[in-house]
Design a binder for this molecule. Structure first.
Ligand code: FAD
Length: 405
């Protein structure tokens, strides 16, 4: 059986960007990308779809059209790892052998963790921008609502794009404000965590919008159950002394962000850390025990914000270090935890939160970071999708040069 130079698990943002960055450096590599889905999604635009500012179909492309020309797409699912034998197991118990492995299957949305949710998603005013089929329903619900109560929920961290739960709220509120309905809508944000945004520098500009829209913030309040037909949601609220109470609220619209975790075949594997994500060195993105294994994207256990923006900086680091490892050279590249969260505070304005490990600000442009800007909306709405498809997935590493040790 043949041995691939590189097997990549997952053909999402991270798997494709890594493949492109590797092939850019060494076109002769034999690369297999294992990806079960024939459709690839640009998920960052789903927030805009939910706000009525982006065509849903433009977030979806065929996987075939995005696989780099010199890579082989294996349309299958990885089910397990044999890192000591340098093999992955795919469907039908087949094995693929590799010289090095890139693990990038993203994360799992755990809809089932909220009782009653799955039965009512997409009806009864229950929606989520975290699914391609549902983001358009968010916009439908927003347009229909003229009075009543709208609930927006955020689960425990980590989640992909930690700002997305509140982005849905801001864009909805802005629409209701423009229509003159906002005063008749009770807007509640229920956050399982204790802060509005993890990097405190960005909280003041966000709080201005919270006040402007008259939204109520409920911290340490976790959605645990939904009943579609009666339009009720149950939350578990935790007090400072650790005591909890459950309370049920009725709603007219409910935007849910589901709890998130590593996929089961990762959690159950030897590659996982104690939290279930792929264990990596935070700087080199190399697995601590298996030197020929690297990980990036949402499944990666580094403490960065899980975003496509992070992938843009991680892919060149993985490419450089993996090739160095194969050639028995010291690994030259370091990732400093960059991630970005463009907070769509109103239609036409974005607070661009860019930061690395430990919440250290890493602005791309020489502008005061914690300010809502029209220019950043244009970047998010028009430039980023192009940067993603035409640059990041093609190995053109715009402003993504990896750091040195
Ligand atoms: P994905 O892109 O999800 O791809 C994972 C791939 O792995 C999928 O194609 C899947 O089919 C495949 N896979 C799964 N299981 C297996 C298996 N067993 N074997 C093989 N393949 C498998 N990021 C930003 O930078 N900015 C934003 O504004 C932003 N907003 C967001 C808003 C929303 C609503 C959402 C949902 C996400 C947002 N993100 C944003 C996050 C961004 O989309 C993710 O961080 C990014 O897609 C991560 O890339 P990934 O390749 O790790 O995962």
């Amino acid at each position: 059986d043949s041995v691939w130079d590189v097997v990549i698990v997952g053909g999402g943002a991270a798997g494709l960007a890594a493949a492109a960055s590797l092939l850019k450096r060494k076109p002769s590599l034999s690369i297999a990308i294992v990806e079960p889905s024939d459709r690839h999604y640009y998920q960052p635009a789903w927030t805009l779809v939910g706000g009525g500012c982006f065509n849903p179909a433009d977030t979806c492309r065929s996987t075939a059209s995005l696989i780099p020309a010199n890579a082989k797409w294996i349309r299958s699912e990885v089910t397990g790892f044999l890192p000591q034998q340098n093999q992955v197991i795919v469907e039908n118990h087949q094995h693929l052998s590799y010289r090095s492995l890139v693990v990038a299957p993203g994360l799992e949305l755990n809809w089932g963790a909220i009782a009653g949710l799955e039965e009512t998603l997409g009806k009864n005013g229950v929606t989520s921008n975290y699914h391609y089929d549902l983001a358009p329903y968010t916009w439908e619900c927003v347009q229909l609502l003229k009075q009543g109560r709208a609930l927006f929920t955020q689960p425990a961290m980590p989640i992909k794009c930690a700002g997305a739960p509140q982005k849905a709220m801001y864009l909805s509120c802005h629409h209701w404000e423009k229509q003159g309905y906002l005063g008749d809508i009770d807007v509640q944000f229920h956050n399982a965590g204790g802060v509005l945004f993890g990097v405190s520098k960005f909280v003041p500009p966000l709080m201005e919008y919270v006040k402007r829209y008259g939204a109520n913030l409920n911290f340490t309040s976790t959605l645990i159950a939904v009943e579609g037909p009666t339009k009720t949601a149950t939350f578990r609220d935790t007090a400072e002394d650790g005591s909890t109470i459950e309370r049920t609220e009725c709603f007219d619209m409910l935007h849910v962000v589901p709890p998130q975790r590593a996929p089961e075949f990762i959690r159950d594997s030897e590659l996982a850390n104690e939290s279930g994500w792929v264990a990596v060195d935070e700087a080199t993105l190399q697995h601590p025990h298996y030197g020929n294994v690297f990980s990036l994207g949402d499944v990666c256990g580094a403490s960065n914000a899980k975003t496509a923006a992070a992938v843009r900086k991680q892919a060149p680091v993985v490419a450089e270090n993996l090739l160095a490892h194969l050639a028995d050279r010291p690994m030259p590249a370091r990732y400093t935890g960059y991630g970005a969260c463009p907070l769509t505070v109103e239609q036409g304005k974005v607070v661009m939160a860019e930061f690395g490990y430990g919440g250290k600000l890493q602005p791309t442009f020489p502008l005061k970071p914690a300010v809502a800007r029209t220019s950043m909306w244009w970047l998010k709405r028009y430039a980023m999708p192009r940067i993603y498809f035409s640059m990041m997935l093609k190995g053109h590493e715009w402003l993504a040069k990896p750091g040195k040790p």
